[in-house]
Design a protein around this ligand. Structure first.
Ligand code: HC1
Ligand code: SF4
Length: 574
């Protein structure tokens, strides 16, 4: 431990802490801009400067380590002037359309200007035009609002190991973009959106598809059906200022109904189908000695990564469509038949924590035998939050309602899909019971829970040991892939999710200020809310879902049937 004084307050912190962390534990917030803990620790923006007794210059507190007896001052005249001047210079190169900016109330730059007492912009650049790049289906970049903090490039390079964006040119011309300023749609971006949630300003945002949904809702010829992903129910509340990890399932259903959707179904129901189909595929591979490991296919960011960087793994990837796509497939076949509606008149909207889902809905191999694409539009959690606000719905006043039951009953297994390890645990709940017999299998598999990037477990099952692995974040996925390729790692079943922590931390989730992200494990809080919901559910194994049983009996036949394959599976082409 190290003892020091911050603004004359004694504090003792672990060795290796930064001054910024030590100040926090002494009760002082130091403003910052480029700092994102464990992702971007470069001390470049100079907003977090402090005075250290004996040091010649102000130091960047986010990277400056504490030392025994150090004396730090975080709020002197010199410190305040330096921060203000730095921020004014950043603002001089920033297009100020704050009133109409997509980040508006959540912009960290706007917040900083207020916190640092900037009440006039001395060096305003009034003629700065927008610099829009919108070639990809999931993302819009406007470099006229970029502050060159490098948070997006750090997450893309270090956390995702994709590295398709970086600084171009030098000096005053420096700007963030792809190599040779190519469009994002021309490079190997996996659409994960992690750069968007890392961005402190409106320079990066999801492509807004709410207009398409509003048009469909206003079209009397369209029957508009919606389904939210597992994680949305524990994150949507953050759009309305609720604590991280609040479960708002009932209010979310009511809000969707009041927005005018004709049916409010649940993607969780489709996740239960995924488990039956993927579980059957795994058991078939085990029994028939087909290639193992089986690798999950729900995360479109991972699928895109596999196609670009690991096409040799294609035969290991499950042929199951993702729950989003199984949802749309069941709505435009089973539900259409039940309701007597032409599937071409049904408009399916999914609510997803993920920007890559906007890309997944466009993939041609997803098309159904009836000619329809399963899902018409995929909205992020943030877009749904905006639709609710713009419709004037007072979210926290809404009563709790239930999903429409035809495709709206689900299990605890489906709920936990939204956290890293959840798909694996859900699959084990079904597969292990199938192999050991009813009532003989454990319900919970804690070994695959938690926010570590890579988790492993092995289970002794009748006749053989099954080894599983769960990895989230593409850097971790790459480590596991490398090990499997060089023969040092052997697994039977693998869950890969592109985003660190899984969908609860997807690129479409509500954006939390760096001050919150740097000091709170938001992934763990969101995941804990899913596990709490799972504990209280009447059905906790996917095969116990009565809707799943009915649909197989009356429509699909059995898991893995020819009909199930034609509707719920696909072949990735590369
Ligand atoms: Fe996910 Fe999935 S869990 S991929 O993480 O398999 O996006 O929440 O909807 O499709 O169900 C995301 C979440 C989501 C799919 C499911
Ligand atoms: Fe990189 Fe993901 Fe952003 Fe694409 S969406 S630029 S892969 S962080």
């Amino acid at each position: 431990m190290v003892s020091l004084r911050i603004n004359n307050i004694p504090v003792t912190v672990p060795a290796g802490s930064t001054v910024l962390e030590a100040a926090r534990s002494a009760g002082f917030n130091i403003p910052s801009l480029c700092f994102l803990k464990d992702i971007n620790e470069i001390g470049a923006c100079r907003i977090c400067v402090v005075e250290v007794k004996g040091a010649k210059t102000l130091v960047a507190s986010c990277v400056y380590p504490v030392s025994e007896g150090m004396e730090v001052f975080t709020n002197t005249e010199r410190v305040r002037r330096s921060r203000q001047l730095t921020l004014e210079l950043i603002l001089s190169n920033h297009r100020m359309d704050c009133l109409t900016c997509s980040r508006n109330s959540q912009c960290e730059l706007r917040q900083l200007a207020s916190d640092l007492g900037i009440d006039a912009v001395r060096y305003a650049n009034d003629n700065m035009p927008p610099q829009i790049e919108a070639s990809a289906p999931h993302l819009v970049r406007d470099n006229s609002k970029c502050v060159l903090c490098r948070r997006c490039t750090a997450v893309c390079r270090n956390v995702q190991e994709v590295g398709v964006i970086g600084p171009n040119d030098r000096g005053f011309s420096t700007h963030i973009g792809c190599a040779f300023d190519r469009d994002l749609s021309e490079v190997d971006c996996v659409s994960c959106g992690q750069c968007i949630v890392a961005c402190p300003t409106g320079a990066l945002s999801e492509k807004d598809d709410t207009g398409k949904v509003l048009a469909a809702l206003a079209d009397p010829k369209k029957h508009v059906v919606v389904g939210p992903a597992p994680s949305i129910r524990v994150t949507l509340g953050e759009c309305f200022g609720m604590p991280i990890g609040t479960n708002v399932q009932g209010k979310m259903v009511t809000a969707l109904r009041r927005l005018g959707f004709d049916k409010v179904f649940d993607v969780d129901t489709a996740a239960d189908f995924t488990i039956l189909e993927e579980g059957t595929e795994f058991l078939n591979r085990l029994r028939e000695e087909e290639p193992l490991p089986l690798i999950t296919s729900c995360s479109p960011g991972w699928i895109r990564y596999m196609e670009q960087h690991a096409p040799d793994m294609l035969r290991n990837v499950s042929s199951c469509k993702s729950p989003q796509q199984m949802f749309g497939s069941l709505v435009k076949t089973y539900y259409a038949e039940q309701a007597g509606i032409d599937p071409h008149d049904i408009y399916v909207v999914s609510i997803m924590p993920c920007t890559a889902k906007k890309y997944e809905v466009l993939r041609e191999e997803q098309r159904l035998p009836n000619g329809c694409m399963p899902v018409d539009v995929s909205l992020t959690t943030r877009e749904l939050g905006r639709m609710i606000t713009q419709a004037g719905l007072l979210f926290d006043h809404l009563p709790d309602e239930e999903f429409d039951p035809l495709l709206g009953v689900s299990t605890g297994a489906a709920t936990i899909f939204g956290a890293s390890g959840g798909v694996m645990e859900a699959a084990l709940r079904t597969v292990v019971e199938e192999l050991t017999g009813k009532g003989m299998a454990p319900l919970e598999y804690h070994e695959v829970r938690g926010m570590e990037g890579i988790k492993e477990a092995s289970y002794e099952l009748p006749g053989r040991t099954v080894k599983v692995c769960v990895a989230s974040g593409l850097h971790n996925v790459k480590l596991v892939l490398d090990g499997m390729r060089d023969g040092s790692l052997h697994y039977d079943f693998v869950e890969f999710m592109a985003c660190p922590g899984g969908c609860i931390n997807g690129g479409g989730q509500p954006i939390q200020h760096a001050d919150v992200r740097n000091f709170t494990d938001i992934k763990a809080l969101r995941a804990a809310a899913l596990y709490r919901q799972d504990e209280g559910m009447p059905y906790r194994r996917s095969h116990d879902n009565p809707v799943v049983q009915t649909v197989y009996r009356d429509f699909l036949g059995h898991p893995g049937s020819h009909k199930a394959h034609s509707l719920l599976h696909c072949s990735y082409i590369k």
